[in-house]
Design a protein around this ligand. Structure first.
Ligand code: SF4
Length: 403
């Protein structure tokens, strides 16, 4: 008998297929006939398969092969979008892409991105993420991410802040609590910050998070009026009262920044309401009002407010309500750090291997020299070798075009 245990996978049987769920959010379907080709099997519990096979190693290898084959059709359960699981045997490096892995911009704040996908659909979303997204998604194995991060931190050799700033809602990542507590244990990590819409949190989860003394939560709050808040979040079931209770509770346990995005002609009147509400709390969170900015991949529903006007508004509100609103560099301890060598530069011609689709249609992620390169206008053919001219190399985030 061979017993196969999986922490991040769960299984259930459905007609003629074995449904595999990865980290609660992604799923793939493996034909039962192909699983039974390994040997007859039973589902002992949702995380455990038992094969009537005499050789443990062989059963494991055969089943891994099947998973790899059908994970090519991995889907996000929330949106139905296609997805790629990036793990230590996937051959996909974690530096190079802006949507997943690690982004190091020669500063003491290192960004990590274990997942893409969001349960809201905010009208101002700068990356058009959310329930209406049609983009390809990524999910990264926690331990692979941590191992690669440790290598980078050793290279930086200074205290760093880890910012979990995903293209989406980070608490959709089932391993997020473990990831944060592992980061908390890392010696050179002096702070951890996370941007979240807060909808998936509750008091018990906040209590768990509060065990991590290095953690700061940046929570979205765009309106106090329930209907306006729904309009901003782009979903009908958005409950701003829940968000308010989360901000109020979390502020008593952790450092919290409440971060409204001022989106002209949508929530201008809500800013004062937010300030007045924040001032009633037993422990006041920091208010980090952001100015809506237009981005090419964003939803862009409004005009940008000129910075001069935006800062004048903050000043007026600061004086009226006796509250600090204008945050500057001194509020965040950002330091310049060592430059990470680039294995190739803008203009170089590189041979790379296609590994998976990229975020947008007809674009791929290729790998070369421990980096990924985003290649638009390229058809996905797994493991195909291509020649690319590097068009962007800033901060070791690479884009190339086929030559
Ligand atoms: S919560 Fe963030 S990622 Fe999600 S739709 Fe809103 S702005 Fe975009």
């Amino acid at each position: 008998m061979a017993q196969l245990n999986f922490k991040t996978l769960s299984f259930n049987l459905q007609n003629d297929s074995l449904q595999v769920t990865l980290l609660n959010l992604f799923s793939a379907s493996v034909p039962l006939a192909e699983v039974e080709e390994i040997a007859s099997f039973t589902l002992v519990d949702p995380h455990k398969l038992q094969f009537n096979h005499p050789d443990q190693k062989k059963a494991e290898t055969k089943f891994s092969f099947l998973l790899a084959k059908y994970f090519e059709q991995l889907k996000n359960k929330l949106t139905g979008n296609s997805a790629t699981y990036i793990h230590r045997n996937s051959g996909i490096p974690l530096i190079g892409n802006v949507a997943f892995g690690i982004a190091y911009r020669e500063s003491s704040i290192i960004e990590i991105k274990p997942v893409t996908s969001c349960n809201l659909d905010c009208i101002y979303c700068s990356i058009s993420e959310g329930l209406s997204s049609k983009k390809h998604d990524f999910v990264v194995e926690k331990d692979y991410l941590l191992e690669e991060l440790q290598i980078l931190i050793n290279f930086v050799d200074e205290p760093v802040e880890i910012h979990i700033g995903v293209q989406g809602e980070p608490f959709l990542y089932e391993d997020m609590f473990k990831l944060i507590s592992d980061l908390q244990q890392m010696e050179k990590v002096q702070a951890i910050s996370i941007d979240t819409n807060g909808t998936l949190l509750n008091k018990e989860k906040i209590d768990l998070l509060a065990k991590n003394s290095k953690l700061q939560l940046n929570l979205s709050l765009d309106a106090i009026d329930p209907e306006k808040a729904k309009q901003m979040a782009g979903v009908k079931n958005y409950n701003v009262e829940h968000l308010k209770s989360i901000i109020s509770y979390a502020s008593q346990k952790l450092t919290v920044i409440a971060a409204p995005v001022l989106t002209d002609s949508y929530n201008n009147d809500e800013l004062e309401k937010i300030i007045i509400w924040v001032k009633t709390l037993p422990k006041q969170p920091i208010l980090g009002i952001q100015n809506f900015l237009k981005y090419k991949p964003g939803r862009n529903p409004a005009k940008e407010i000129p910075w001069k006007k935006f800062y004048a508004l903050l000043k007026e509100l600061e004086q009226k309500h006796q509250i600090k609103l204008k945050l500057d560099k001194t509020d965040f301890s950002i330091k310049e750090t060592r430059e990470l060598p680039k294995p190739f530069e803008e203009g170089d011609i590189v041979t790379a291997v296609i590994k998976c689709p990229d975020r947008f249609k007809n674009s791929v992620v290729a790998a070369a020299k421990d980096r990924t390169i985003s290649v638009p206008d390229c058809q996905y053919v797994k493991d195909k070798k291509i020649k690319i001219k590097i068009m962007r190399d800033k901060h070791n985030i690479f884009t190339g075009r086929l030559v």
